[in-house]
Design a protein around this ligand. Structure first.
Ligand code: FES
Length: 62
């Protein structure tokens, strides 16, 4: 589990809190949309499954 201030995508310097904020503010429903907004996971891709987990968690809360 990530804490809010942990970097989930080191390459894009995005913390869990940053990602959650974009998901909520833009009402993101897919990984592709999240990537369009943030460029998350566009360098090494090692963060993809963590990002997907966070996205799923947020969608489940709606
Ligand atoms: S850690 Fe996200 S692209 Fe490398």
């Amino acid at each position: 589990m990530f804490e809010d201030n942990d970097f989930v995508c080191r390459h894009m310097q995005l913390t869990k809190a940053d990602i959650v904020k974009v998901i909520r503010d833009k009402n993101i429903t897919s990984f592709d949309d999240l990537q369009d907004e943030t460029n998350v996971a566009t360098i090494c891709g090692s963060c993809v499954s963590d990002i997907e987990d966070i996205l799923e968690e947020e969608i489940a809360k709606r």
